[in-house]
Write a protein that binds this ligand. Structure first.
Ligand SMILES: [Zn+2]
Length: 107
């Protein structure tokens, strides 16, 4: 079974380890099979693009590359800091994540 990724698309996360330590950005993509995430503005890689309708010149485009999900932590909107999250179940049965620091729901 693939490791469960604790962040979701749209989360604001902080990188807490590795080459991009300290950077903050929004999660653009989660790749659960590989345990990786793509975070806006983090791990920018240059990608060679063929000319296309969208980009008729082709050439090199900058885009964020995937990093290990284990290296990021969710930023709690209430604490404004990278925090550990816990899982709780709402009264309607849906899952929610909470900040282990302030106890408030993050989702
Ligand atoms: Zn919090």
């Amino acid at each position: 079974m693939a490791p469960k990724v604790h962040v979701k698309k749209g989360d604001i996360v902080k990188v807490v380890a590795g080459d991009n330590n300290g950077k903050t950005g929004k999660v653009l993509e989660v790749i659960p099979d590989k345990g990786r995430v793509v975070v806006e503005g983090v791990n920018i890689i240059k990608k060679h693009a063929r000319p296309s309708q969208k980009n008729p010149q082709g050439g090199i485009i900058d885009r964020p590359g995937p990093i290990a999900a284990a290296n990021v932590m969710v930023v709690c909107p209430n604490c404004d800091e990278a925090v550990r999250t816990g899982n709780v179940r709402r009264s309607d049965g849906s899952a929610a994540r909470t900040c282990k620091r302030c106890g408030k729901a993050i989702d």
